[in-house]
Design a protein around this ligand. Sequence first.
Ligand code: ATP
Length: 735
Amino acid sequence: MALKTIKLSGFKSFAKKSVIDIDTPIVAIVGPNGSGKSNTAEAFRFALGEQSIKNMRGKKGEDLIWGGSDVVPRANRASVAIHFDNSRKFLDIDYDEVIIERVVHRDGLNEYFLNGSKVRLKDIITLLAGANIGASGHHIISQGEADRILNSTPKTRKLMLEEALGLRVYQYKKIESERKLQKTRENMREVGIKQRELMPRLKFLKREVEKKEQKQILENELKNKLIEFIARERIFIKEREFEIQEALKEPTQKIEHLKKEYEQILNQDSSSEKQENSKSELLSHIEILKNDTSLLKEKIQKIIADVGKKEGMIEVIKSSNERASQNKDIFVPLPKVKKIFDSILQKLSNMAHKKGFDILEFIAGVETEITNILSELEDNFSNTDKAKNTTNTKQLSLLTQEIEDLRNLMTSLSDELQNKENEIIKATEKLHNFEKTDEKRELELLRISTKIKDQESILKDIEYERRKIDDLKSSLDEYIQYAVEFLGKEARYIDDFKPEEKNREYQSSLRQDIERLRIRLDQIGHIDDEIIDEFNAINEKIEFLNNELEDLKKSDKKLEELIISLEDELEKRFTSGIKDINNEFNNFFNVLFRGGNAELKLVKVSNKNQDEQESENEFGVEIMARLPRKKVSSLDALSGGERALVSIALIFAMSAVNPPPFIILDETDAALDEANSKRYADMVRELSKKSQLILITHNRETMSAAHNLYGITMGADGISRLLSVKLEDAYAVAK
Ligand code: ATP
């Protein structure tokens, strides 16, 4: 026997602690109306975890607590404890005695205890479901509730039958699995949402990390190229500087020499300065000489003219003398004489001015001219008288003397002239020589300065090269500066690189690569180091979510499989259970109605879901009952008593197929006539072989079936009291 006792304290009308021992197969509880019998049945429901206060005829939790009377004040809590004998381990817990206790407080708080330890309601329900007992179900039939199964919808009826068949545990498992499945799917959805939320950030971070990796590669490349470039450039500049230094030497020296040479020639110029002085002296000397010669020539001409004149006069005198001697006068008109003189003077002057003037030649010329003139005049002259000749002779000797003197003067003047002209020639030659020397020197200076210019142009080229190197140096400095920023201070001392070749094209390609890399690095920009940490963290999170999702999918699949197997199991057990119940139902029906037949039928029910669409696989149970001698099988046509009989037959059938540890029937027998009461009592006896029965009844036949009878009374204080009664007294107590 499963039930041992039930202890009530403060529960409804049981204000005081009341204990009902239920250690016999059939216990009957009897008592007058309103004494509190039904409260005991509800005490069972309460302790077993009933959540519907309505099912315990209350509106709120407080209604279950002793509400007080004129005599006894209200209680603050109600408690009901059921003691089970679990020596046969019908409850899946390792205790021989199991006490389930529920307490309700006025504030509505409920507490559950298992063997004194506080537990959750769920724990109680799970434990009891394993033994096929619960707060509701066909094993506790409250007053007036017998035909509940008849009044229920086919679907609810099916549920009741499933419970009766002990399939509740499967149902619970199924519901639990479905709940878990739902939870799993919710979790999957949440994980999916979390993943989707993280994905854009992850994608962004992935790109950033890839960029960072790319940046790392580029930086390494740049570092190598920079080091190589700087080292190469340094060596190149050093070597070029040396080359330039060397190249400078030759032209510098040459220029130096040439300048010295130039200087020397210029220094010669100081003597040439003297030369210059002498030159001008010479020039002025020549000038003076020329003046002198001109003067001399003038003097000579004058003398010549004088001589000519005097000689003319001599001739005239002579002719006059001759004419006088010959008595022949020569008359020469004066203008003609003047003309003759002018002609002579002209010719003499021409001769005197002729280059290479020769005085002797000149004199000869003068004589010839005069002779000519005289011979010309000869014809014209007449004889002169002798007196005249005498005078003339004196004049002639004077004139001759004068001519002689003049000639002597002229000779000395001519000598002087000759000397002067010789001097002029010499001075002029000297001057020419000076000029020739100047030209040579100028040419030499020009040659040297041209050479200097050539060398200077070479220097300029070298200078240009040097400037190029300077440019390279300042450019290199920029690169070094950049390298210091990029690689640190060590970059200043990059020199451990030994280039194998000095290919400038290669160097320029290195520079281009460096610039390209710098631009690309600039384009990538700065990427925080935390990006990688964040990426790893999010990646890990997503990995974790993936695993979680995998696990959830696995459990989803498992739960689906479990649900399917539970459904299969339920269906299988239900089909066979219904078959068994049908057998028993038919039997009990036959007993109670003395014939006829009854049957439970699985029917498809029209169960519209939210979308107003019929969901498949929804089944319910219909009760088919055909009373003996009646054709009608509809339950609606049955009388109240008949309905009660059908209900009892079904409840008993259900209990027979899967006997619960105990059954509480609250006045299920109320509507039975005497004959049926007897049959009912027989059925109860039969049923008690497998289940303990607690029967609340006013029926004698039923009472007679009980092994133990409790009477409940209620005094003026409104408190229900228990008393153990004998069968013979029971009926009296019941009244
Ligand atoms: P019947 O034979 O007519 O079915 P019964 O013996 O089953 O009667 P119950 O329905 O169990 O009687 O008891 C009803 C009694 O319990 C009433 O007198 C009611 O006042 C009392 N009662 C119910 N709840 C409380 C409560 N919280 N405090 C005090 N008394 C209560």
